[in-house]
Design a protein around this ligand. Sequence first.
Ligand SMILES: *Cc1c(COP(=O)(O)O)cnc(C)c1O
Length: 295
Amino acid sequence: MLEITEITCINLKDGLFLKPEYLIHEYISGNKFRKLRYNLLMAKEKGFTKLLTFGGAYSNHVVATAAAGKAFNFETIGIIRGDELATKPLNSSLEYAEKCGMQLKFISRKEYQERHNSKFIDGLKSAFGDFYFIPEGGTNALAVKGCEEILSKEDAEFELICCPVGTGGTIAGIINSSSSHQTVLGFSALKGNFLDKEIAQWTEKNNWELITDYHFGGYAKINSELISFINRFKTDYGIPLDPLYTGKMMYGIVDMMNSGKIDRSTKVLAIHTGGLQGIDGMNFRLKNMNLPQLI
Ligand SMILES: *Cc1c(COP(=O)(O)O)cnc(C)c1O
């Protein structure tokens, strides 16, 4: 159960390679599969039949948990940020999660702030029965362990490894399994300076750096320049990028290569962490914002 076949890197252009982790699964998005893997094995081992997790309206992690629950026989409960969402038609991500059998509970943004509070989480047990708890974004020690399997031995030839950063679990796993001659660059999908600390709590190494210049205004923010970049990338390479994470990372890598911040002679590996299920939801939002669609 939960085996992942080896993912082969793609040569994009002079020195830039991409690891297409999105090929792991259509809905259990690349890094989310890695993050869930050891958690689900642990849940099975301990005899849990239910998973409970937290996330926002378009969360790749919520969708991945719902799909994994269906595939590996767990009941799933998603606690979703925003009680106003309960009265609206569900967006494509939540609709899919519900179709997988996930029970959705919408809570207010204020209540959602309690998501790290163990008393609050224990309180949910009286409503939903006993469950295996997976935190927001899926990040915990077992998730980091799963992400330590993203890099393979052959990847030692790359000098620079790039990946997008949300909660920091994925990059921490990559850092842990990187060699000391490699540098890991994280491209933050969020505004703010708190992520360095988040990452540092999961790794003891320091061959990494967080780049905060390419969040485009913050989490899930987008503009027409990013849309054209993502669409052009798909036309040029046949590779889809998601608008929240991999699109912003790849925009950043190309920009840093063009400006010389990444030297032309450097061998770079970009980790495509998946997230493609979010494109439909973003296109729905883009229509309302009068912006062009992602192709
Ligand atoms: C969740 C997600 C990330 C961020 O991963 P973290 O471990 O939270 O940093 C990156 N890329 C994609 C596609 C994601 O869905």
